[in-house]
Ligand binder design. Structure first.
Ligand code: UDP
Ligand code: MG
Length: 312
């Protein structure tokens, strides 16, 4: 079987050489043990502003197993990943981050699962020894929130996974612009398995996911897969409506009993309360409408500037 390894890269000049070297060494080893018969390593340069592109070009020139797609600008991790998976020519493709946080040695276990007939193999992190407590906590909260919102994702699984040819072909039919692969893949069915591993520290360079991007990633994930927030809005609205009916009844009785006290609190508090809730749910609605807007425009996910060593 031929294995494709897909690696999205954005400003990864400090790690990319090491990553390529390690992947080539490993894949050569798997060929000699007969686990695979051929491989390609497909780097997707997501419009890096540093030397990543030049380094990748060099690598592709030296080794025909190394292939490369370069984008015309920065389209984001999910777009880069999608481009790599669309262009992967192998019988199965493994995606992993450029920073070597997902140890590539684990691919061997994934390949064994694939041999046993699994079409999707998820890499699941056991622990994150070197992440800051803050990153650990926010990542945990992220998965909890997603589960709460009814988004079907695999706990502690990022984008380190093996997809077989049939899955890759079906994935091409998912045309959504708002793309959250971690949510899409589990909805696809197929036989799947998990492989557990310890997440390493970033080999070099720094994370491209500061809190701001993590938050927007979470919102993206929820609003592209779940309508629970809209339902919360509806139920809360209904609840407040009934409460206000009760309150009106109470106000009437008090009025006829002649005990009304002109109240500031009872007038002003509901205004703030309802105003706040309305604004909040307008925001949620807006989030979904923006999604619909983007989908309707149907813009391309990414724009490819150049391809190296790729025939398709
Ligand atoms: N990445 C990308 N485009 C971006 C941001 C990140 O292709 O706009 C790549 C990055 O090069 C890396 C992977 O996505 O291979 C994950 O990014 P990072 O390691 O910064 O995220 P973290 O592991 O800290 O969540
Ligand atoms: Mg990383």
């Amino acid at each position: 079987m031929k294995l494709s390894i897909v690696v999205p890269c954005y400003n990864e000049e400090s790690v990319i050489g090491e990553t390529a070297g390690r992947l080539v060494r490993l894949a050569d080893g798997w060929i000699s043990t007969g686990l695979i018969s051929d491989f390609e390593i497909l780097f997707v340069d997501d419009g890096s502003k540093d030397n990543t592109l030049a380094i990748l070009k060099d690598l592709a020139r030296q080794n025909p197993h190394i292939k490369m797609i370069s984008f015309s600008g920065n389209f984001g991790h999910q777009a880069a990943l999608s481009a790599g998976l669309h262009h992967a020519g192998g019988d199965a493709a493994v995606s992993l981050d450029a920073d070597l946080q997902d140890p590539p040695e684990v691919i061997e276990e994934m390949l064994e699962k694939y041999r046993e007939g699994c079409q999707i193999v998820y890499g699941v992190r056991k622990e994150r020894p070197d992440d800051t407590a803050f990153k650990k906590y926010t990542a945990h909260a992220f998965y909890r929130l997603m589960a709460l919102m009814g988004v079907n994702i695999v706990y502690n699984h990022a984008d380190f996974r093996l997809l077989s040819r049939p899955v890759l072909d079906e994935l091409k039919r998912f045309r959504e612009v708002n793309r959250f692969l971690r949510g899409i893949i589990p909805t696809m069915g197929f036989e799947h398995a998990m492989v557990y591993y310890d997440r390493d520290r970033r080999f070099a360079g720094q994370t491209k996911y500061p809190l701001r991007r993590m938050l927007s990633f979470a919102v993206e994930g929820i609003t592209s897969f779940s309508s629970v927030p809209l339902r919360i809005a509806a139920f809360l609205g209904l609840f407040i409506f009934f409460m206000s009916l009760l309150l009106s009844g109470w106000a009437l009785t008090v009025y006829y009993a002649g005990e009304t006290v002109p109240g500031w609190a009872s007038t002003v508090l509901p205004i703030y309360f309802l105003g706040g809730i309305q604004l909040m749910f307008f925001g949620i609605l807006g989030e979904y409408i923006a999604k619909v807007y983007m989908e309707v425009k149907g813009r391309p996910l990414y724009i490819i500037r150049e391809k190296y060593n790729l025939e398709n």
